[in-house]
Design a binder for this molecule. Structure first.
Ligand SMILES: [Ca+2]
Length: 465
């Protein structure tokens, strides 16, 4: 069966790449902290993402894609190595991933080995301690994320609230001073170079930093979003949370609690925060648009694979939470698009729940690269081809022994202390009512428990320096 599938792909690529190296270019776009409250995934959302939609129209949009972990470092390492946090022990944002996995080939190294020119820019690996988690082995050339500039005083007028990173508003004045604008400039140059005669196939990793905090975007994008409104909340939503959820929530509670205090001191602060997140999404979308413009100008459509994903979602106050770092829908549901010429039908959608550990084996398979490494998930090539034969649910992990399992209808969460949550998305899309304790759901829980990772590796040491 596998041979048959690869044979079909091989034929498709032979057909579509007859004029070139036989290897498609790959444009690999990673976005930071973009959740599902965007028009791409929620038609009614006031946060419009027309450029990401433009990309989705070229290939397949996965409407039920989930991150492997709701934190930058474990999610990115997992997506880029094809291994879950429970396999590697890379659970936290400080986990020294390369020291723990010295021999694991990243997705970029696999393309280097296959003769690709592999370039990257912006935030690809977690941006820690001035790029300490960047992986030199992965790229021929890399344009590091520009340093974040800050206004002289916090724009939210709340110096006591969080750090300088906990800020939002109109900044910088000149769009060209934005980190992502410069990241995209580099990517545009690399695409032009490819057009102008670089014979090697191009693998270009483009890491867009917004909508990650600080929630700064130029004026144009704030004007663009207009009235956004506030996210839906249920007043007593936390009453049915189990002990494990409260324990995990402890570290980040200040963000929401502080917002409530700030709102009473400076009315309108929460609204301005939400609008700033929306403006950052509009800005990120515009940067995707600039990249797409250049791809359309310079790269042959039938020889260019494009992938877009976000490393995790973000709560904007739902469940009294402003942050990622939890295992609920808003922290884990992400945009994910694959454009594979000759394989994906333009404008197609797949609603099967998957997590992004599929990306590593899938991208290697659709590019006919060898996969000798053990991966924690399988390739979704058949889903890309329009089949619907996927059986495993999406699995997410945050810190050791806390996992979520998302099937079409349910989200099941089990925390390290054994406590559980269960949400019925058919009836409760906002995850307001925890039904884990209802006896008639025992069979559902049993079914979902089967997918919890069996072997959970000890957390690897943190990077210190
Ligand atoms: Ca609740």
């Amino acid at each position: 069966m596998k041979f048959f599938r690869l044979h079909i792909l091989f034929l498709l690529f032979i057909h579509h790449n007859a004029s070139s190296t036989g290897k498609p270019n790959v444009i690999f776009i990673a976005i930071d902290d973009m959740n599902d409250w965007i028009s791409l995934l929620d038609e009614k959302s006031p946060i419009k993402t027309p450029n990401i939609r433009r990309l989705a129209n070229k290939g397949m949009l996965f409407t039920s894609a989930y991150c492997p972990s709701p934190a930058c470092n474990p999610s990115r390492v997992s997506v880029l190595t094809g291994l879950r946090p429970s396999t590697t022990g890379v659970y936290g944002n400080n986990s020294d991933w390369r020291k723990a996995l010295p021999d694991r080939k990243t997705i970029f190294q696999k393309f280097k080995d296959a003769g690709y020119q592999v370039n990257g820019a912006g935030k690809i690996f977690h941006h820690k301690m001035n790029g300490a988690f960047h992986d030199e082995l992965s790229f021929h050339d890399f344009f590091h994320m520009r340093k974040q500039k800050h206004p002289k005083k916090k724009l939210n007028k709340a110096p006591e609230y969080g750090s300088i990173r906990t800020d939002w508003g109109v900044f910088p004045n000149n769009e060209e001073d934005s980190i992502d604008f410069q990241t995209i400039n580099y990517c545009i140059d690399k695409i032009k170079e490819k057009k102008d005669g670089n014979d090697k196939p191009l693998f270009l990793a483009c890491g867009i930093y917004r909508p990650h905090s600080p929630f700064y975007a130029p004026e144009k994008y704030h004007s663009m979003v207009g009235e956004v409104g506030l996210p839906l909340k249920k007043s007593d939503d936390l009453q049915d949370l189990p002990s494990g959820a409260h324990e995990l929530h402890k570290r980040t509670k200040w963000f929401w609690d502080g917002m409530s205090k700030l709102e009473s001191k400076i009315p309108g602060s929460y609204d301005r925060f939400i609008k700033s997140y929306a403006a950052c999404c509009a800005f990120a979308d515009a940067q995707v648009g600039r990249l797409l413009d250049e791809i359309e100008r310079s790269l042959p459509e039938d020889e260019t694979i494009i992938v877009l994903w976000s490393d995790h979602g973000f709560h904007l106050g739902e469940k009294n939470h402003i942050e990622k770092f939890m295992l609920w829908e808003k922290t884990t549901h992400v945009p994910f698009i694959m454009v594979v010429p000759g394989v994906t039908k333009p404008g197609s959608e797949c609603s099967v729940p998957i997590d992004l550990t599929v990306l590593y084996p899938t991208l290697l398979e659709v590019c006919s690269l060898p996969i000798k490494e053990k991966c924690d998930n399988k390739s979704i090539t058949e889903l890309l081809m329009g089949k619907n034969n996927w059986e495993s649910p999406a699995v997410m992990t945050y810190m050791k022994a806390n996992h979520a399992v998302r099937s079409e209808r349910w989200r099941y969460i089990r925390y390290s202390d054994g406590s559980e949550e269960l949400y019925d998305h058919d009836r409760d899309p906002n995850e307001w009512i925890n039904v884990a304790n209802e006896t008639n759901n025992l069979a559902v829980i049993e079914e979902h428990r089967k997918w919890l990772p069996l072997n959970e590796k000890k957390q690897v040491p943190n990077l210190t320096r």
